[in-house]
Design a binder for this molecule. Structure first.
Ligand SMILES: N[C@@H](CCC(=O)N[C@@H](CS)C(=O)NCC(=O)O)C(=O)O
Length: 220
């Protein structure tokens, strides 16, 4: 168990933004107290800390609140970066993540939840194609760099992006298996099968005041 003074992480198991935060906190081997949130029943304690109401939210022992997933990743890796996730070119990393969080996420949402969007260009199959075009570029990059986006070992961009590619793949697994380019398929499969990912996908009951606050696993 982490000591009572460890930072608190409000998180939701299946949220890709929360996954990337948990991945970085785990890699940095930081003791964190996990508060699993149900999005339709957010605890007032989380909304007091961050009224915008999105996960992840990290509340430090000082009371400082970090409520953007990339900021949580960067904060964690600034404490410790034993696996060299910050070793890649910063501008290229930012550009890849911006592409993911912008156009790729937009296509993913419209492919996965077509009924939620009525805007022009909300056709699911068109969006599947738009997402695939972005993944084709990523795939070429992965092949050229020997397995990950910046080389043979994962860096911040890989870990920030793969939870979203996982969601895209899971929207139609049969299609993914037949249509996705090999290098990005192998890359995703490796991350999904990793000890780190399995550790941060542990299931916890919804947190409520007084309930246990399990330590975020640092395995992997
Ligand atoms: N820009 C934010 C986005 C986080 C986000 O949108 N998280 C979703 C869950 S995946 C959320 O909490 N949505 C609020 C809700 O559904 O009520 C970040 O990077 O942390």
């Amino acid at each position: 168990m982490p000591e009572a003074a460890a930072p608190i992480l409000y998180t939701f198991r299946r949220c890709p933004y929360a996954m990337r935060a948990r991945l970085a906190l785990s890699s940095a081997r930081l003791a964190v107290r996990v508060r699993e949130v149900v999005l339709r029943d957010k605890p007032p304690e989380m909304l007091d800390a961050s009224p915008k109401g999105t996960v992840p939210v990290l509340v430090l022992e000082s009371g400082e609140v970090i409520d953007e997933s990339l900021d949580v990743m960067r904060w964690a890796l600034a404490q410790a970066d034993p696996e060299g996730w910050l070793s890649a070119d910063a501008a290229e990393t930012d550009a890849l993540i911006a592409q993911n969080d912008g156009p790729f996420k937009r296509a993913l949402d419209r492919y996965k939840y077509p009924n939620r969007y009525e805007d022009e260009g909300a056709d699911p199959l068109e969006n599947r194609e738009a997402g695939l075009a972005i993944l084709q570029d990523l795939s070429e990059r992965i092949a050229a760099h020997g397995g990950q986006l910046f080389g043979p070992a994962p860096t911040l961009a890989d870990m920030a992006i793969f939870p979203f590619v996982r969601q895209f793949a899971h929207t139609g697994l049969d299609w993914w298996e037949s249509a996705a380019p090999g290098p990005v398929k192998t890359w995703l499969a490796g991350h999904k099968d990793s000890a780190r990912f399995r550790a941060i996908m542990a299931k916890y009951p919804q947190w409520a005041p007084g309930a246990a606050e399990p330590a975020l696993p640092v395995a992997g």
